[in-house]
Design a protein around this ligand. Structure first.
Ligand SMILES: Nc1ncnc2c1ncn2[C@@H]1O[C@H](COP(=O)(O)OP(=O)(O)OP(=O)(O)O)[C@@H](O)[C@H]1O
Length: 592
């Protein structure tokens, strides 16, 4: 029998916040301490998450209590517990955080959404938890649901659960998504990159031969137990069929099973954005022969409770938008949003547009309308290796970075510019919107009380200082102004070698975004212009980003802009029938 795991005690607010290994030690920190906050855990990661140990974020304290800076060892160390960006210049010589916690507690997350989610994600509902449990039990699962039902929250919970060792062996899993933006949101890579298929345009047999012959990504296919794939609605049927073929060709032992026997965990909502298509015909992942083999009706779970919004009228209107069945009354509700939203605190609601040029024109016009001089940040691109291990040329490095990185080659800013963070700066998340209020050097920022990353990460020069209004229900005190220096982001090959690295200020102009870029975001206020709507799900994705009708400004709306894919509606109805049939057969089996 395994030894029972000892409890650990996290003191978030107390005489000396930190992690303790006995209640006696913890008790001395919290007894008679006003507003003490503490909790016991079996899992150290959960204890750290509870501490809210984000660099730059302090626990909310009663007004008369001064926070105590945690010390993490028998002798106090200078390093603060927290989350640090995984930069190439990541300073491993930082004092190890040790002491109460038996092992170092800095986590080199490649992508901080995962890390931030550890602290901020809500407790799962029973329906959401059941999905995690079934994945851990080894089932193939496709989970879906309307926008805001918590699919991303569940996905992150699955990733966290799979990270923990269970049984005699930890399952190896890959986190992938259909697009680069979706991959970034879950800290994964595109499924193309994981699978080693480039754009995936060649025939399946050529792609499989290539992997077998060169060995490129073969280990990914062979060593992975669970393949997670997010935003599956944007996967073209043709691509899914190719991936299935390659899985069976490379993992020969189980070549009669879909994907050669990988456990498959897919997530997405087919009523949201479809795969890229040139004409009316769209072929979805569920149009493939392998889909039904991967997901029998009982392997499909639909999340039913919407959490992003809590107004019933709005939730029902969104559901009708999703299915293209807007009533006259619901149309009136949306037409009432044809008004100008006020923005008292300076940061304006983001405009969402169907087309890229619309967003770009708006951003340029708004930047040019500002007074003051422009600060121009040119990216520094560093070539790594091509997939054939040859050195990449500087031109090719810039080309691949322009194609695949979300960080622009040039960032033009002025004081007053509205910007979006495209990196998880400690305490803020990818997608936080703010305003540039100044440009400062590291020294000026320190002298003016501006929050900054570890000073070793700030290169000489003047960098934008941005103010980010805290989200409405924010549980933490966020720094008022933050210095955002250039940081490095690398594109990696599946085997972990670096293809190219870009050093750039991780900000984009954000008076306007495309609906495609906004997929997955939760926004409190948004302006949507649907005049140029051209694709299925665009109106639904755009409008469903906002948490309330009060926060919505809607232009160019009419019923004709609501495009729900007839093919998806048909498929969903067939799925319902198949599920009912499966249940009838199961109950007959039970009765016999
Ligand atoms: N169990 C829950 N309790 C409270 N809030 C929740 C819960 N699950 C999700 N949420 C909240 O609902 C909002 C939407 O969640 P999430 O982004 O995961 O939805 P989604 O289904 O992925 O949406 P979309 O399809 O639009 O990307 C988030 O603010 C999230 O914190």
């Amino acid at each position: 029998m395994g030894k029972a795991r000892p409890k650990i005690y996290a003191v978030r607010v107390g005489r000396r916040p930190g992690i303790y290994h006995s209640w006696k030690e913890a008790m001395t920190q919290v007894l008679e301490f006003p507003g003490a906050v503490h909790k016991s855990f079996y899992d150290q990661d959960e204890a750290i998450a509870f501490l809210g140990g984000l660099h730059g974020i302090e626990p909310v304290l009663p007004p008369d209590i001064k926070p105590v800076v945690p010390t993490w060892g028998s002798a106090p160390v200078k390093a603060e517990p927290g989350l640090y960006p995984p930069l190439p210049q990541f300073d491993h010589s930082q004092p190890k955080l040790e002491g109460y916690a038996k092992r170092p507690v800095h986590h080199p997350f490649f992508n901080l959404p995962k890390a931030v989610a550890k602290v901020q994600d809500p407790v799962l509902s029973a329906q959401q938890q059941a999905i995690v449990d079934r994945v851990l039990a080894g089932e193939n699962i496709f989970f879906t649901g309307s926008a805001g039902t918590g699919k991303s929250v569940v996905l992150r919970a699955i990733i966290r659960a799979l990270e923990k060792p269970t049984g005699w062996r930890r399952k190896k899993f890959a986190v992938t998504a259909s697009t680069g933006i979706a991959a970034l949101n879950i800290g994964g890579k595109t499924v193309h990159s994981w699978a080693g298929i480039g754009l995936g345009l060649k025939p399946a047999s050529t792609l499989a031969d290539n992997i077998l012959r060169t060995g490129l990504c073969r280990a990914n296919w062979l060593d992975t137990d669970v393949l997670i794939l997010d935003e599956v609605s944007m996967i073209h049927a043709d691509l899914l069929e190719k991936l299935d073929y390659i899985g069976r060709a490379v993992r020969r032992g189980e070549n009669w099973k879909p994907f050669g026997g990988l456990q498959l965990v897919f997530c997405g909502d087919f009523f949201q954005l479809p795969p890229v298509h040139k004409n009316e015909d769209v072929y979805y992942a569920f149009d493939t022969e392998c889909w039904e083999k991967m997901f029998a009706p009982h392997n499909v779970v639909t999340l039913t409770r919407v959490y992003r919004q809590n107004d019933d009228v709005f939730i029902k209107t969104l559901e009708s938008l999703r299915r293209g069945t807007i009533s006259d009354q619901q149309e009136d509700v949306l037409l009432e949003c044809n008004r100008t939203l006020q923005s008292p605190e300076g940061v304006e609601p983001v405009w969402l547009y169907p087309r890229r040029y619309e967003a770009s024109n708006k951003n340029t016009a708004r930047l040019n309308a500002l007074q003051g001089s422009t600060m121009l940040y040119d990216a520094v691109d560093m070539p790594g290796q091509a997939s054939n291990k040859r050195p990449l040329s500087p031109e090719d490095a810039t080309r691949v970075l322009n194609e695949r990185s979300r960080w622009p080659e040039t960032v033009s800013l002025r004081v007053g510019a509205q910007v979006m963070l495209v990196f998880d700066y400690p305490g803020l998340v990818n997608g936080s919107t703010g305003m540039v209020v100044a440009f400062m050097t590291r020294e000026q920022a320190t002298a003016n009380g501006v929050a900054l990353p570890r000073s070793t990460d700030v290169a000489p020069g003047r960098w934008p200082v941005v103010t980010f209004p805290p989200p409405r229900d924010c549980r933490f005190i966020l720094p008022e102004r933050v210095l955002i220096p250039a940081i490095a982001q690398s594109l990696e090959h599946p085997d972990g070698t670096i293809e190219a690295t870009r050093l750039q200020v991780p900000l984009i102009l954000a008076w306007a975004l495309t609906i495609h870029k906004a997929q997955g975001l939760t926004l409190e206020r948004v302006r949507v212009d649907l005049n140029q709507t051209f694709d299925y799900g665009q109106a639904y994705v755009a409008i469903s980003r906002v948490t309330s009708l009060e926060g919505l400004e809607l232009r160019g709306f009419s019923k004709s802009k609501v495009l729900a894919s007839p093919r998806v509606l048909e498929w969903e109805a067939a799925g319902e029938d198949a599920k009912n049939e499966e249940q009838v057969v199961a109950s007959l089996d039970d009765a016999l």
